[in-house]
Design a protein around this ligand. Structure first.
Ligand code: FAQ
Length: 310
């Protein structure tokens, strides 16, 4: 790579300028952005599945309506992110093919089942909260199309968080059975949520370069800490517990300490061996297959759309 071009590029980033699709960029910057934005897009599309299965079973009309709107938003976020990734030169078709063949990664959390309504509630409150911590940070980054997509996504996610928090409080202040259901769901989801922010900084392959290029605006550990700081008190104040006896804030460093979250399990889940990976992939493959005739029809030359002249 031309060292002068690279220096000019890095100077632009240091000045806080946005990089746009037609601007010169190092090959590695392009590759890393495609990797990250593509995985993010797939996560939104896969993220619609655990909640989507609850639309017909959500308790009451109001919750059903909110869930339909939320799931639709997640799919929309996926589309915005695929658009942003396409500006870097990888086609949407290639991305979808990598998803349904099992080659591409997507967020660990969507490989777990939503067993009860309380699981959907924990997703709507805490996974959305975790996603917002990450996305607000990334939205201040250096690649224009990704940041603009994230700004819009963050507005919508903030609504999701409100409905998730509302449903969470409903169960937390409900009957003993509702509280028990919520506590059990929280116990199931806590470890995946800790994993959500990625491996510890010392083991993160990509953080250093991505932070240097302002693609990531906070490290995995910093984002995890910010989440714990904001949300653990909200959980504890409702009288709920978290399944980690070592979880506490260290007053000297201001950092949260927690027990070993089993990073081997994390690696299994993100590499295809989580409880629902196969099921999630099968649903996407089925959707791709079912929609093929629509895509093929749309690709027909337009003259074939009109009836032939008599
Ligand atoms: N899951 O070197 P690092 C949402 C992989 S959107 C799966 O630390 P990096 C909305 C990583 O890709 C959720 N894989 O990686 C919603 C890499 O693998 P590779 C998604 C993970 O990129 C809410 C390897 O481990 N958000 O939830 C995970 O510097 C509710 C090494 O890791 C985004 O994608 C993981 N959790 O940092 C929808 C945001 N963590 O590619 C429905 C954008 C790491 O070398 C309902 N992404 N890996 O094979 C990012 O900010 C970053 O990519 C991180 C990971 C922070 C996720």
């Amino acid at each position: 790579e031309d060292p002068e071009m690279l220096a000019a590029f890095e100077a632009r980033i240091a000045r806080g300028e946005k990089i746009e699709p037609r601007d010169w960029m190092p090959t590695l910057y392009r590759k890393q952005l495609i990797r990250m934005i593509e995985q993010h897009a797939h996560s939104e599309i896969m993220g619609a599945l655990p909640e989507g299965t609850w639309i017909t079973r959500a308790p009451g009309f109001k919750r059903k309506l909110a869930l339909i709107a939320k799931v639709q938003d997640e799919i929309g976020h996926g589309q915005l992110l695929y658009n942003a990734a396409e500006t870097l030169g990888k086609s949407r078709e290639a991305m979808i093919n990598d998803l349904i063949s099992g080659k591409a990664k997507y967020s660990n959390v969507f490989n777990y089942p939503a067993v009860t309504w309380a699981d959907v509630t924990v997703i709507g409150f805490l996974i959305d909260a975790a996603a917002i911590v990450n996305q607000v940070a990334n939205s201040k980054g250096s690649y224009g199309p990704y940041c603009r997509a994230l700004e819009r996504i963050c507005f919508e996610e903030s609504f999701h968080l409100k409905q998730g928090h509302d449903a969470f409080i409903d169960l937390a202040t409900g009957t003993p059975l509702q509280r028990r259901m919520l506590q059990e769901a929280l116990n199931r989801w806590w470890q995946p949520i800790i994993h959500f922010f990625g491996p510890p900084d010392k083991d993160s392959q990509h953080t250093e370069k991505l932070m240097q290029w302002k693609v990531k605006m906070a490290s995995n550990d910093d984002m995890r800490n910010q989440f714990l700081d904001q949300y653990v008190p909200k959980i504890w104040e409702l009288g709920l517990t978290l399944p980690d006896p070592e979880l506490r804030k260290d007053s000297a460093s201001g950092k949260w300490l927690f027990g070993d979250p089993d990073w081997d399990l994390f690696h299994k889940v993100i590499n295809g061996q989580g409880p629902c990976n196969q099921e999630r992939l099968r649903v996407r493959q089925w959707a791709e297959f079912q929609g093929r005739w629509v895509r093929e029809a749309l690709m027909q030359p337009t003259e074939q759309w009109t009836a032939p002249a008599a």
